[in-house]
Design a protein around this ligand. Structure first.
Ligand SMILES: Cc1cc2nc3c(=O)[nH]c(=O)nc-3n(C[C@H](O)[C@H](O)[C@H](O)COP(=O)(O)OP(=O)(O)OC[C@H]3O[C@@H](n4cnc5c(N)ncnc54)[C@H](O)[C@@H]3O)c2cc1C
Ligand SMILES: NC(=O)c1ccc[n+]([C@@H]2O[C@H](COP(=O)([O-])OP(=O)(O)OC[C@H]3O[C@@H](n4cnc5c(N)ncnc54)[C@H](O)[C@@H]3O)[C@@H](O)[C@H]2O)c1
Length: 498
């Protein structure tokens, strides 16, 4: 379980470091794999080419939520009589950007590096590539080559990168991805966003709050296509009420740089617009293009398909593992970290000091083994921090039917709940709505969606109900407090017929 270093005689030769486990990528997922495997006594080295903490801490979850929170608070205050009068202005742009800077620690990862040091994980800074079985070659930041040899396992947690559509002229307009948007210093007067998913809707909300004139160019016929249709409809209506120009069925055909340095955009239907900035938010792909996958017989660029423990079973020997965005299996931090805990524990169970004490892939008493990421199949939660927020877990009605389940969807508006009156509703906000999707064969909830202001915190109850497969008859005895918006649960069960 020790770490050994073999310095080579000349500086051009690589230094070889041998550890039990090598983790490639120190985002939230890589850090959690390293922690879970390392806490059992395995020696772990983690390779990171940019900042320890990865996308989520510096360019994704945290800065985007910092940009969104002030507008959400102001909107909610405006919805409450007695508080509304105290709101005399809009979002304070300078203070919001300063708060974002503080939340991302000024893009400095000292505190996370300190944490790695504290738990005994060896950080190797630089770009890593697989160089055959159990070997990772790193070009360190100072240019010195390092070879990491893993006695037992290499875990890939290199995340994902934005996918840019093939639009003529896109390269000339220096289009933003979510990185530039979340790190914004000068808010553009006008911003066009291509995409209708999570990044597009969150950034449209944030930049409208920050004072930009926002145009949303959505290829499809609705926003947030992965969610229940009423979610995208509510967000589209709210964005329009905020002054965002939401164009459905809009295809960007061509882009060109304007004399002023902005972007001239031509749409497939012949319409055109000039904007100061263009943000492209058209999805992400697993980051496996330049990882040396070909040295272990895998195809570069493809997601690293894993089994429920996180093992890349296409590679012989059980030494290659992966977790997080790079697997194409999850696309949120919380679910990636869940996979990381499972994978770190599975690696420890297979190779750690207690390996051999018991079966490594045994199911728990109820079939839910801690060494298998089963929630990925049945109960992934996600919150979209738009206004209204969208909070969903499990299957949509359509997805459940496509999976062959005989389901019934039950819909209830939040206006039916006393707690909503106290919480407050605004002029363009009716309080929102909720849906549960019930598997009629088992009378359990397989999906739930809440749409409304600050519904994020309502989600975990639904996640527990879905993972716990709590029968509706038993849920009936879970009494929500009055007057809270959790009474939506009572209304949903009544609407079902209890
Ligand atoms: C704008 C935006 C907002 C988001 N908001 C949320 C949110 O609110 N909630 C949520 O749950 N999810 C959110 N997500 C998704 C979330 O950011 C990702 O799911 C999460 O970051 C994935 O974590 P990861 O560790 O797998 O990958 P990453 O965070 O991408 O980490 C991978 C790390 O590997 C490093 N790396 C890659 N290749 C190499 C290499 N060859 N050598 C060395 N290092 C390498 C990278 O530098 C990076 O640090 C958001 C995403 C975006 C784009
Ligand atoms: N709050 C959160 O949990 C959160 C926030 C932001 C991002 N994320 C995650 O980050 C990832 C990336 O987000 P995203 O919004 O970029 O992806 P997404 O998959 O959510 O949405 C992509 C959108 O782009 C559209 N699109 C795809 N190709 C296109 C093309 N060629 N032209 C025009 N439109 C096109 C799609 O129809 C879709 O509307 C997602 O997996 C998301 O879950 C999560």
């Amino acid at each position: 379980m020790t770490e050994t270093t073999t310095p080579e005689p000349t500086t051009s030769e690589p230094t070889t470091l041998t550890v039990d486990v090598v983790v490639l990528g120190a985002g939230a997922v890589g850090e959690n794999v390293a922690d879970r495997a390392g806490r059992t006594g395995l020696s772990v080295a983690i390779v990171e080419e940019h900042l320890v903490g990865g996308e989520c801490s510096y360019w994704a979850c945290m800065p985007s939520k910092a940009l969104l929170r002030p507008g959400a608070v102001l909107a909610q205050a405006r919805a409450v009589a007695g508080a509304a009068g105290a709101v005399t202005g809009g979002v304070d742009v300078a203070a919001t950007l300063a708060s974002r800077d503080a939340i991302v620690h000024g893009w400095d990862d000292d505190s996370q590096v300190e944490w790695l040091d504290g738990v005994g994980i060896r950080l190797v800074r630089g770009r890593g590539r697989l160089a055959g079985p159990r070997r990772v070659a790193v070009t360190a930041d100072d240019g010195a080559p390092v070879v990491l040899e893993a006695r037992h396992a290499v875990v890939v947690a290199t995340g994902s990168t934005p996918v840019l559509p093939d639009v003529p002229g896109l390269g000339d307009v220096e289009a933003w991805t979510s990185r530039e948007a979340t790190a914004v210093r000068d808010v553009p007067a006008s911003l066009a966003i291509v995409g209708g998913g999570v990044v597009a809707t969150e950034m449209a909300t944030a930049f409208a709050d920050l004072g930009a004139r926002v145009t949303l160019l959505v290829r499809g016929d609705r926003l947030l296509p992965a969610f229940e249709p009423f979610a995208g409809e509510a967000v589209a209506a709210s964005l329009a009420a905020m002054g965002v120009d939401v164009r459905l069925g809009a295809r960007l055909a061509r882009a060109a740089r304007t004399d002023a340095g902005g972007a001239h955009l031509e749409l497939a239907d012949g319409a055109a617009l000039d904007v100061e900035r263009l943000l492209v938010a058209t999805g992400r792909r697993p980051q496996t293009g330049d990882l040396g996958l070909e040295t272990v017989g895998l195809e570069p660029g493809a997601p690293l398909a894993v089994d429920d423990a996180g093992c890349v079973s296409a590679v012989d020997g059980g030494w290659l593992w992966a977790a997080g965005d790079v697997t194409g299996r999850t696309n949120t931090t919380h679910q990636g970290k869940y996979d990381a805990r499972v994978t770190g524990d599975a690696v420890a169970a297979r190779f750690g000091p207690r390996a051999g004490d018991g079966p490594v892939d045994a199911d728990g008493d109820d079939g839910w083994s801690p060494l298998r990421a089963l929630a990925d199949h049945a109960a992934m939660p996600q919150v979209v921090f738009t206004r209204p927020e969208v909070a969903a877990v499990g299957l949509t009605e359509d997805a459940a039917r496509a999976a062959g389940l005989h389901v019934r969807a039950v819909d209830v508006p939040f206006s039916s709940v006393g707690g909503t009156t106290v919480f407050g509703t605004g002029p363009h906000d009716d309080g929102g709505a909720a849906r549960i999707v019930v598997d009629e064969a088992r009378r359990v909830i397989v999906g739930a969606t809440f749409v409304g202001p600050e519904v994020a915190e309502l989600l975990h109850a639904a996640t527990i109900a879905v993972v716990g497969q709590v029968p509706l008859g038993r849920l009936w005895h879970a009494v929500p407090a009055y007057p809270t918006r959790s009474e939506i649960w009572l209304r949903l069960l009544e609407a079902y017929g209890l």
